[in-house]
Design a protein around this ligand. Sequence first.
Ligand SMILES: Cc1ncc(COP(=O)(O)O)c(C=O)c1O
Ligand SMILES: N[C@@H](CCOP(=O)(O)O)C(=O)O
Length: 464
Amino acid sequence: MKYISTRGEAPSLNFEDVLLTGLASDGGLYVPETLPEYSLDEIRSWRGLPYHELAFRILKPFVDGAIPDDEFATMLKDTYGVFGHKAVAPLAQIDHNEFVLELFQGPTLAFKDFALQLLGRLLDHVLEKRGERVVIMGATSGDTGSAAIEGCKRCKNIDIFILHPHNRVSEVQRRQMTTIAGDNIHNLAIDGNFDDCQSMVKASFGDQSFLRGERRLVAVNSINWARIMAQIVYYFYASLNLGGPDREMAFSVPTGNFGDIFAGYLARKMGLPIGQLIVATNQNDILHRVMSNNVYEKHPLAHTLSPSMDIVVSSNFERLLFDLYDRDGAVLNDLMRRLNTDAVTLDEARLAKARDVFDSYAVNDDVTVETIRTVFDETGYLLDPHTAIGVKAARETRRSAINPMITLGTAHPVKFAPAVERAGLKTPELPHHLTDLMEREERYTVLPNELQRVQAYVTDAVFG
Ligand SMILES: Cc1ncc(COP(=O)(O)O)c(C=O)c1O
Ligand SMILES: N[C@@H](CCOP(=O)(O)O)C(=O)O
């Protein structure tokens, strides 16, 4: 399988090379040149498979022989074998025909584990085979960072640098990142917001001279195709467990960087009957504004009770636009340049195509808290604030009462005590493997929001 850039100018890559990159050299994002498509019969034949076996069937065409089948199958079994629930991604019912897909059963208690625990293993395998050492730079609003560090902490051939906005991630999130010891693990607290961190990571892909031509730069954010790929699986898994593909499903997806929901869009293109995909945002609602009013305009970042979605620029929206604009790299190049600086209106007919399946809804902090409280009172089920946004958006925009509505449960509420407490509820205990988290020693460096200072730090740490 070949991977091509959304901006049309970078060379196409195979799986191994796309895994070992981030942004394409033309500033675009890699996507598969063609997607595997499955008939209902083929999808139906996957019913009842354990998560890792389903993952093998769905991911094999993307990996395309880069890893021998038996090793890849073992890798998937090991990855999902450490999750805290035997179903890996269990469904909790919160109302008639309404479910939460619990994607927080992995080691760092957020959906990022699905892709990042696998990514660590994939990188380890490929780097060992090549005898190569790489540098990872990642930006996090809290969850990607801890999952990436957890996933890569045993990788011998990686130096990992995670940039988080100083004082803007939850205490549990910060400690999950900063208490993992290792000379190759570097936590950088940036005096800025998530978008500042994300911009510095992207700029570093554009000019890698700080790595002196001696190390390759690899992404752990969802700009890396392997992240998206792994997230496709749970859409199939949830659907198959609720009578799919013989029933159409609706998914509500708490959205920040548009990676998770883009994986759902791909699952639909691959043949999974999905009738509705809901873009659920917090007050940082650029995606809701473009979906509902066709104005793409950056507003200043708001700090909310759902900090992991405090994101202005949603990287993966570019991947959707690439499809909407007939995969024309030149058009995308121009559009992305304009989106960066101006308020832009998209071509109405193209946006209408997206609206066939996408709906959107924005939820503020008060309503987030109210939703946590309401669902708890109705069912005794405690939502984290990001998932609560998904549930609220699902309830407001649902198109069909017959299609099961599945909200992606993107994080465990224990990570977000302020929101849970504002709902007048008690934050649950940390799970067993994290009981001493609040006593562990932390290691991080505070740096100004300056690309040169950050890159100099990386150069110094890597080359001494
Ligand atoms: C808990 C949680 N929910 C939702 C999201 C949004 O996911 P995405 O960025 O893939 O849209 C994130 C991170 O972005 C997250 O950490
Ligand atoms: N919500 C993320 C932000 C980064 O998004 P990613 O999916 O592109 O890695 C986080 O919690 O770090």
